[in-house]
Write a protein that binds this ligand. Structure first.
Ligand code: C2O
Ligand code: CU
Length: 522
């Protein structure tokens, strides 16, 4: 049996991609017409030679209490220099270091306190992507931290084990601040995940894989490339800030926690030899059961945890294959979705730590029922606006009542690629177009791809943390679209406080009359 066949002792129907689009290779790569950026392949051209950097685990001060620990993390954003490419040292930004940030780790029930200091020369923020927490701790555009100033959010971890992440969120500058190097993982643990026989030794058989595309100039400096339609694309793919990375594999089974930390580029990750892997978790935590797959598509901001099996002394390349994002050819070329990119070499040792049987059940996933939803809201994404409006920090777009379940219908009303990310909650996907979600989209999610002219229905529960004043965000996570204003704000209020909020009326198609939730025909 091949390692891939051994990975799961059962057959699983492979359903890749969204809405029947599939992740099939575009096939036409490399023949675009004149001004359009044609698809690129780096297959066989990446000279893997740098040991993959493993971001250090942040070391909080820790006070054990009766019901969880109090963890205090000290984080400082700073300017630095990193040796990434041969051309020269790159001027970068980082947290507690030159480039990127440490991995934060906390357990369900712990109280987290972050003492964040902005040592940069620009105002920034630090946002905890995927975290359920009070709006004032969210680190969105309402929690700006001036140069030299500090900010000290605190909250209790009240959600399942998951791979979350953090990044700046200053309105209009998010893409640039992430591009220069501020990002890191925030891992959550809990008893349910810990009871499973899964690889979990950080940096040994449980590996952070932060994937970001960058372009370097002849001196090794980061280039802010043209935005075209969707934001900056880079030519060199970094993993955890390492170019040409090699992961030395020491176990038969390795867990990769993959984050698409890029601004605009999507990836369809798989292995060069077509070996299958088991996906065990999506954005918000474990899937109900492992899903055996050949490719996993991640758009900006999305995460997947996968298990890959290797034989002793074996080598295999993690690659990104062309994706079918449902775009026209010209649009596909300007997003890089036709590109085929070698990402990282996995090189197995002569002797590997043996793997035990993969659990067949991972988590109990309580399905949120449509009938429990008290409100259905509609969100139309088009031309960097949501429901016809551009982000305004002074405007509340939606008022949500704590303790309720809602359905958000989000649709992409034009030909550009978008995704949607909602702060504060993890959601479940009811449908993508007319179809139920494929298995990789059937767990907890906070970010999901929106194909052109397609509708995605999401269900979520807003449990607690109320404020009539401080909003949470929802937005496209293609960072340049977000910076251009493809973002809105909602508050979560206590029952009975709805009328205390001065909420902006919805616009109709003519920009005046209030519109009903739900898509209009086209
Ligand atoms: Cu990852 Cu509102 O952001
Ligand atoms: Cu977008």
């Amino acid at each position: 049996m091949s390692p891939a066949d051994r990975l799961l002792g059962r057959r699983h129907v492979l359903r890749l991609g969204v809405s029947g689009l599939g992740l099939a290779a575009l096939g036409a790569a490399g023949c675009g017409s004149a001004p359009v950026r044609t698809a690129r392949s780096t297959v066989g051209h990446v000279d893997f030679r740098h040991a993959l950097h493993i971001p250090p685990l942040a070391e909080p001060t820790r006070v054990q209490g009766d019901d969880g620990a109090r963890l205090t993390f000290d984080l400082a954003a700073q300017e630095g220099r990193a040796h990434i490419v041969d051309q020269g040292e790159t001027l970068t930004w980082g947290i507690n270091g030159d480039h990127l940030g440490p991995t934060l780790r906390a357990r369900r029930g712990d109280t987290v306190i972050v003492r964040f200091t902005n040592g940069l020369s620009e105002t920034t923020t630090l946002h905890w992507h995927g975290m359920h927490l009070p709006a004032e701790a969210d680190g969105g555009p309402h929690q700006m931290v001036e140069p030299g100033e500090s900010w000290e959010p605190s909250w209790r971890i009240a959600q399942p084990a998951a791979t979350l992440w953090y990044h700046p969120h200053p309105h209009g500058e998010t893409e640039a601040h992430v591009h220069r190097g501020i990002a890191g993982l925030f891992l959550l643990d809990d008893d349910e995940e810990e009871a499973l026989d899964l690889p979990r030794e950080y940096g040994v058989d449980d590996i952070p894989v932060i994937v970001q595309d960058r372009t370097f100039d002849a001196q090794g400096q980061l280039v802010e490339t043209s935005h075209r339609n969707n934001g900056m694309l880079g030519e060199t793919v970094l993993v955890n800030g390492t170019a040409d990375p090699i992961l030395e594999v020491s176990a038969e089974r390795t867990r990769l926690r993959i984050l698409n930390g890029s601004g605009a580029r999507s990836y369809a990750f798989g292995f060069e030899d077509g070996r299958k892997f088991a996906m065990i978790a999506s954005d918000g935590g474990l899937l109900p059961a492992p899903v055996r797959m050949e490719r996993i598509m991640l758009t900006p901001g999305e995460r997947a945890e996968i298990l890959v099996d290797m034989e002793p002394a074996e080598e295999v390349v993690l690659r990104s294959f062309p994706q079918d994002l449902g775009l026209t050819r010209g649009m596909a070329d300007s997003t890089g979705s036709g590109d085929e990119l070698d990402i990282m070499l996995l090189r197995a040792a002569q002797t590997l730590r043996p793997a035990s049987a993969l659990p067949s059940i991972l988590a109990r996933l309580e399905a949120l029922e449509e009938t429990a939803a008290s409100t259905v809201r509609g969100f139309e994404l088009r031309t960097n606006r949501i429901n016809g409006r551009s982000m305004d920090k002074g405007r509340i777009d939606e008022v949500v009542t704590a303790g309720t379940t809602e359905i958000w219908e989000v649709w992409n009303d034009h030909g550009q690629p978008h995704n949607v990310h909602i702060h504060d909650v993890q959601f479940q996907i009811l449908s993508v177009g007319a179809e139920p979600p494929p298995p990789e989209l059937a767990g907890w999610k906070d970010t999901v791809y929106l194909p052109p002219h397609e509708r995605v229905r999401l269900i979520m529960r807003f449990s607690d943390y109320t404020s009539t004043e401080i909003p949470y965000m929802y937005h496209c996570h293609l960072l340049w679209h977000e910076d251009q204003g493809m973002m809105g704000q909602f508050v979560v209020v206590a029952p009975g406080e709805e009328d205390d909020v001065d909420v902006a009326p919805r616009l109709g198609d003519d920009g005046s009359a209030p519109r009903e939730p739900g898509p209009h025909g086209h």
